[in-house]
Design a protein around this ligand. Structure first.
Ligand code: PLP
Length: 429
């Protein structure tokens, strides 16, 4: 591993021989930065440096770190009931959270199944869709149609619905059951092509699965809400279920609380995670509409959804999620997102003039600078750190997804760092 970027605590030195890092070639990966504290939109490193966080911990910490309301809810819940098994026992936090989520999501998306990660919530959505047809006595509808550029997780079933070529799971093709991959219908010709594909495969399709508005990990690629309305129509025309993966877009990130509501589309199943607990604890939810749930309802035991993770509905995580929803009610989050969008537009616009920049785009609290090719990542990362910001570019995009509570000055530090560090790197390249 590369030499340290800052003074290293003993636990890091010792632990590095035992930790296996995410998405990393362990031999060549930069050593991770030791973080010892967080507050608002800032992270404090072991050597005392403070970084403005441009990523909000993989898009989770929407209220900023250490929000006192969530911290207090967690303290209270920890003292009373941290966790209890979900089979046969019930606790208030999960039931209250399910009731609140059902009220927030559009239409009759009213049945909530809790899991502990985004990938698993997508697995559950896929399982629900496939079993929906089984329970209705329709054989052979076992496949999911998903989209090029899409990303839905790293578990086996979700790898099969990620982009098959560009995604990081391409080498596993053939290992898991193949699914159907199409192109997002961004224009009339693509929609006609997709309709033909669906027509040819409708007999074996259970559902259409899409990230609404933004394909996140696939490169922060946006699409119009009309795409989602067209997918709803297509699903209806061929009697398919429509699944929205709102793990990234949910809870205000695109400027609306949920992309589906803003697009005026009620999908049959929705997955949520990431900002659900305001970036404090792992939790995910799969919400199903009444007609989906009804297909599982009956006297026959084998129509039940046989799924139940050990930490399902964890009380601490649900308490954090309820506290997070309180904050969406009591603090002006969506107005903050609108302000961030305007600042990102202004702050990133000059990047358009840089050599090798192919696009600059903003949606809500997502700012993206897309490049022909990523300049030397190690040098770019060091240049960001020199400017006191934590930004983690990937593929060919440098992006910002800050906490919604970020101050104007902090946001300017982020966009200024992107302009300057990227500018230097691109001119060197
Ligand atoms: N779906 C989308 C749209 C995501 O962005 C992600 C993670 O980035 C996932 C699913 C997987 O979530 P997790 O990493 O919690 O398994």
């Amino acid at each position: 591993m590369a030499p340290p970027d800052c003074a290293e605590p003993r636990w890091l030195k010792a632990g590095l021989d035992h930790i296996w890092l995410p998405y990393a070639q362990m031999k060549t990966a930069a050593r991770p930065l030791p973080v010892v504290a967080s507050e608002g939109a800032r992270l404090t490193l072991a050597d005392g440096r403070v970084l403005v966080d441009g990523i909000a911990s993989w898009w989770t910490a929407c209220h900023g770190y250490n929000h006192p309301h969530i911290a207090e809810a967690l303290r209270e819940q920890l003292a009373r009931l941290p966790h209890v098994m979900f089979g046969g026992l019930a606790h208030e936090q999960a039931y209250r959270l399910a009731t609140r989520l059902a009220a927030l999501l559009p239409g009759d998306l009213e049945r909530v199944f809790f899991t502990e990660s985004g990938s698993v919530s997508v697995e559950v959505a896929m399982k629900m869709a496939v079993q929906y047809w089984m329970n209705r006595g329709v054989a052979g509808r076992t496949k999911i149609l998903s989209f090029r550029g899409g990303y839905h997780g790293d578990t086996f079933a979700t790898m099969a619905v990620c982009d098959p070529e560009e995604g990081m799971h391409a080498k596993f093709a053939g290992v898991f059951a193949p699914q159907l991959i199409g192109d997002l219908p961004r224009d009339g010709a693509a929609l006609a092509g997709l309709r033909q594909l669906v027509e040819a495969h409708a007999h074996e399709l259970a559902a259409i699965l899409v990230e609404p508005r933004v394909q996140g990990a696939g490169g922060m690629v946006f699409h119009e809400d009309q795409v989602l309305r067209d997918l709803r129509q297509l699903a209806d025309d061929f009697g398919l279920l429509l699944i929205f993966d709102e793990i990234f877009t949910g809870f205000g990130r695109t400027g609306a609380m949920f992309a589906c509501a803003e697009a005026g589309v009620t999908p049959d199943i929705v997955t949520l995670s990431k900002a659900l607990t305001g970036g404090t604890l792992p939790l995910a939810a799969t919400l199903a509409r009444k007609h989906v749930f009804d297909a599982f309802w009956g006297d026959e035991a084998d129509k039940a959804l046989m799924h139940g993770p050990t930490y399902m509905g964890n009380a601490l995580a649900c308490a954090a999620a309820n506290a997070s929803l309180d904050l969406f009610e009591s603090e002006p989050r969506l107005a903050q997102v609108a302000r961030i969008a305007a600042r990102l537009e202004d702050g990133l616009a000059p990047c358009r003039a840089l050599p090798g920049v192919t696009d600059v785009r903003v949606m809500g609290a997502i700012g993206v600078v897309e490049l022909e090719a990523m300049p030397e990542p190690r040098a770019l990362q060091a240049a960001f750190l020199d400017r006191g910001v934590w930004i983690r570019p990937f593929r060919n995009v440098v992006y910002l997804t800050p906490a919604f509570v970020i101050a104007d000055g902090e946001l300017e530090q982020l966009t200024g760092a992107v302009r300057a560090a990227l500018g230097e790197a691109l001119l060197r390249a």
